[in-house]
Design a protein around this ligand. Structure first.
Ligand SMILES: Nc1ncnc2c1ncn2[C@@H]1O[C@H](COP(=O)(O)OP(=O)(O)OP(=O)(O)O)[C@@H](O)[C@H]1O
Length: 607
């Protein structure tokens, strides 16, 4: 193993150490490669780059500006501002077709909300969940529970760090005080040696106030590092460490009362006396003065409690627990701290479709049980009708506020593209008609900004590949075809096997010159294909349904035509490129078993 490493790591060592010809060959091949570089990439690199920053055109990029969405953004902000006032914002339902900026706007607003909440120290958390990926109640609750546990742990860590700093400050304060007292005591001894033989005579004769008064004027000399003339005052508290009645004064007294350590008690007494008037023994404000802690033990107890809380948090596994247990962990995690929580459920219709409205029901009734926190929900959907499937209570609670994102028109899409293209492309890389054409194509679809951005990026990539210096109209048209084909390939690839068989039947008929294909013809071929690959044969009625689904996906076109007294029938034709679609179907391992398809079709026509 070490030999292998040496070969890879250091070429010089290989030649010295290597006993086999292999290592030398390895080295040689490397060099050969360098010499025989055929410029595979050089040609591609030599062209003028079209893009300045391609990432800006990708869907993952979050734009800083969202033109033509200020109304929706302002409305969201007006509703969510309640969270910054510590109130519960109304739940919001956001509707709009795909690519109309719903997610981008909601994320923009939530980022602003979180940063403003930090600015004003108002606890507010926003959690985003994409329900297309996280599509069951268990997963949604588990993901939320784990996110809040993580947040709680972060808060605990931050709090413990603060408390530890407070303890350190207290240590320093006490050590400082002790040092001053020791110094003062030594000075007092010195002074007493000169004036009296019994230091305690001096203390008992002079009331502390007068000592403090005497010494307070000398602060400056202490600070400037000179020998502290106020030493008499400073020494006093140390000397009076035994009388407990005198420890009742000042902020530091609390510490002293519960602290068993005599040094601390002495130091604390000093604090007490100092705060009562003697600033000479008072290096700074007592660290606990503006806190709610009475003493060191109270801080330590809170640290212990926080650590114990952290220990008790149990992360939810992604499967395996009963749902009510997951809910209860999630509930406790949310309620652990006082805060407003905004839960953003993107593609909320997918969650309802897959697993009903239980999750939404549970989330929407949480507020009546939470003690410390409040929850508000933002649901995002491109299906306007999904609320029909909701329990009326959930429906009314979730739809307290509704915000509609209308499709963009061509002019708006043009603005959006122009904003992005400034950053995305090199100057002069775009010819004038490119952006208007991308905008027009995307507006024809359904005002989809994602599609417009995809078109622009793909057009740029095609131009780059053909080593063109500028992107022109033709690149946009090619991009449109490519995106459409990619979509078809993806849709066909992910069809269930039965739908693939139905589609394959239609392709076989078209390939053999059959036009105006009817359902019966499709069904006959379909049956034979099923037999060939040993698949279940569905009824003709089911096959008719599958044809309708293919129609809805835009893969086939099925029109109902009237045949007079023979009734009505469906005429089916393929709406996607035949060869590419066939290739995708044959890449499915089950369908690829059908190697000689021709006889089937012929057999059918011979029947
Ligand atoms: N007003 C806008 N300005 C700039 N970019 C935008 C704007 N609206 C949408 N986009 C961009 O378009 C793409 C799609 O937007 P977004 O994901 O927000 O759409 P959506 O409405 O949530 O779509 P879906 O319902 O499919 O999730 C993103 O890349 C987004 O940055």
């Amino acid at each position: 193993m070490s030999d292998d490493n040496s070969e890879i790591d250091g070429s010089d060592e290989v030649e010295i150490d290597g006993t086999s010809g292999f290592s030398t060959n390895f080295e040689k091949t490397d060099l050969d490669n360098e010499e025989s570089n055929q410029g595979l990439f050089d040609d591609l690199l030599s062209g003028e780059p079209i893009f300045e920053n391609k990432e800006v055109l990708r869907p993952s990029y979050t734009p800083h500006e969202l033109p033509h969405r200020s109304d929706q953004i302002n409305k969201m902000a007006t509703i969510l501002v309640a969270a910054l006032r510590g109130e519960t914002p109304s739940n919001i339902l956001i509707y709009g077709k795909t690519g109309t900026g719903k997610t981008a706007s909601a994320k923009f607003v939530s980022k602003e909300l979180e940063s403003t909440s930090q600015k004003y120290s108002v606890p507010c958390d926003v959690e985003y969940i994409n329900c297309e990926v996280t599509d069951t109640q268990y997963r949604v609750l588990a993901q939320l529970a784990n996110k809040f546990i993580e947040k709680n742990e972060e808060r605990i860590d931050a709090r413990v760090a603060d408390l530890e700093s407070l303890l350190e400050a207290l240590d320093e304060y006490e050590a400082d005080l002790e040092a001053r007292e020791r110094e003062a005591a030594e000075s007092t001894d010195l002074a007493d040696d000169q004036t009296a033989s019994d230091p305690f005579d001096f203390v008992s004769d002079d009331p502390p106030e007068s000592i403090s008064d005497d010494s307070s004027g000398d602060d400056s000399s202490l600070e400037s590092g000179g020998s502290p003339p106020e030493r008499k005052g400073s020494s006093d508290p140390a000397d009076r460490s035994s009388p407990t009645d005198e420890t009742d004064q000042g902020a530091g007294d609390d510490t002293d009362r519960t602290d068993g350590d005599s040094t601390d008690r002495r130091a604390g007494d000093g604090t007490g006396d100092a705060s009562a008037g003697d600033s000479s023994t008072h290096p700074s404000d007592h660290p606990l003065e503006s806190t709610s802690f009475e003493d060191r033990e109270a801080i330590e107890a809170e640290i212990d409690e926080l650590e114990a809380d952290k220990e008790s948090f149990e992360e939810v596994p992604m499967t395996g627990w009963p749902t009510d247990r997951v809910y209860s962990v999630f509930f406790d995690a949310v309620d652990y701290d006082e805060r407003v929580v905004v839960i953003m459920l993107d593609e909320i219709d997918k969650l309802v479709e897959k697993s009903g409205d239980d999750t939404l029901y549970n989330l929407s009734r949480m507020n009546s049980e939470l003690e410390n926190s409040r929850v508000s929900i933002i649901g995002i959907s491109n299906d306007l009708k999904f609320t029909d499937f909701l329990d009326p209570r959930v429906k009314s609670s979730l739809g307290e506020e509704e915000i509609v994102f209308p499709p963009y028109d061509a002019n708006q899409l043009r603005d959006i593209l122009e904003h992005r293209s400034d950053v995305a492309f090199q100057g002069g890389a775009l010819s004038d008609d490119v952006i208007p054409l991308c905008a027009a194509f995307a507006a024809q679809e359904h005002g989809d900004a994602r599609r417009a951005l995809d078109l622009l990026r793909t057009a740029g990539e095609l131009a780059e590949r053909s080593q063109a210096e500028t992107i022109v109209e033709d690149h946009v048209r090619q991009a449109q075809d490519k995106i459409e084909l990619d979509r078809v390939v993806e849709v066909v690839r992910t069809l269930p096997t039965q739908s693939k068989l139905v589609l394959f039947s239609i392709i076989l008929l078209e390939k053999n010159g059959v036009h105006s294909i009817n359902t019966g013809e499709v069904f006959n071929i379909y049956k034979r294909l099923c037999e060939e690959i040993d698949a279940d044969v569905l009824t003709q009625r089911r096959v008719t349904d599958l044809i309708s689904e293919l129609d809805m996906l835009g893969i086939v076109n099925a029109v109902v035509v009237s045949k007079g007294r023979y009734g009505r029938t469906k005429e089916i034709s393929l709406s996607v490129p035949l060869e590419e679609t066939e290739a995708v179907l044959l890449s499915d391992s089950r369908l690829s078993d059908i190697d000689d398809i021709q006889p089937f079709v012929q057999a059918r026509f011979e029947n």
